[in-house]
Design a binder for this molecule. Sequence first.
Ligand SMILES: [Zn+2]
Length: 404
Amino acid sequence: MRTKKRKCENQEIKMNNNKNAYPEEFVKEYNKAKAKIDTLQRCTKCVLPETFPFISFDQDGVCNFCNHYKSKAPLGMDALHALLDRNKEPDGSVKCVLSFSGGRDSSYGMHIVKKVLGLDVIAFTYDWGVATDIADRNQRRMCEKLEVEQIRISADLDRKRENIKANLIAWLKKPDLGTIPILTSVGQQFFYHANRVGKRLDRDLIVLCATPFEHTYFKAGFAGIKPRFMSSKRAIYDNLKLAFSYLGKYIKNPAYINKSLIDTFGGYLSFYIIPHNYLRLFDYLEWNEQDVNRTLLEEYDWETSDETPSTWRIDDGTVPLSDYMYYMMSGLTINDTFRSNQIREGRISREEALSLLEVENQPRFNAIQWYCDKIGIDFKSTIRTINNAPRLYDAPRLYESAGL
Ligand SMILES: [Zn+2]
């Protein structure tokens, strides 16, 4: 088992990985795209570019996402303890199920619930066929060191990968920013299984460890859903609108009507419809990137990726491909929204964010190749199709006429 130590301070970044290993044409195409993306207008406060769906800028160049932003202070330890007290067993213990992918936040979450809060925790992992090898090894590390029992539910992995492949082939026939989330749709049964595990173990408390900085509007935005800054009252309406948007895309591209359909629909129900009564740990507790990285790397010898200095999202094999799609077609990835949220919360400066994005948005071709091999699709033709897909930064008028 290879372990790699890395500096915790994410500001200290180096240009990542050995690009010479990648086909020259891909490096050239990426550099060509990047040169254009670097010229996009960006919000003067955060780093969101003009290709972000439904973005507008005021006279100072500040975007509507910044102007409508409401700071999300954590609810605090007292509020968390009050909630935990309500879940106390007669013997004083608090039993929970931790949703655990082996990624950065759930690994840190395991440290918090077990070591800091002292909860009686069982980890739950849903394997749907594209978790990275690093994720598997980090799961083992964390569970062994913290002596946490882990329950893994594996889907029929061959069938899942076949379904992902069918959806990816359909997407490649008509590349569309609005349907990129289709790649992860068959993995969303996670919530259904998490609820079942909680019931079976008689543990009502299910802990999720996503951070508030992850909140992003662009995935739904590219499917035509306008951001609602003021309230979430129309969430049901938006979910229905999203479903109809997908239906429209399916009709225009019948390749989506494939054997994965029931699986995809199950993912939709699990994500949008079934109850999600979870304890979201970082709604209560402060999440500080430096502390998270330091804890994982120093206390748990947590493994990182060769291809990126970021510790985030190296557990899910889909991410390098979907990031590449978003970047090449729109000039942004989820890293842009994550760093923008950090800027709005005063965690990093705009300059730091821009310098981090220089590296974080670089393609991870080795990881994309791994993913393509895993689901049985040709890596080079996949990249070529993405490289030939329409680009928002090349044709802003097309973008406007699409109503975004
Ligand atoms: Zn902004």
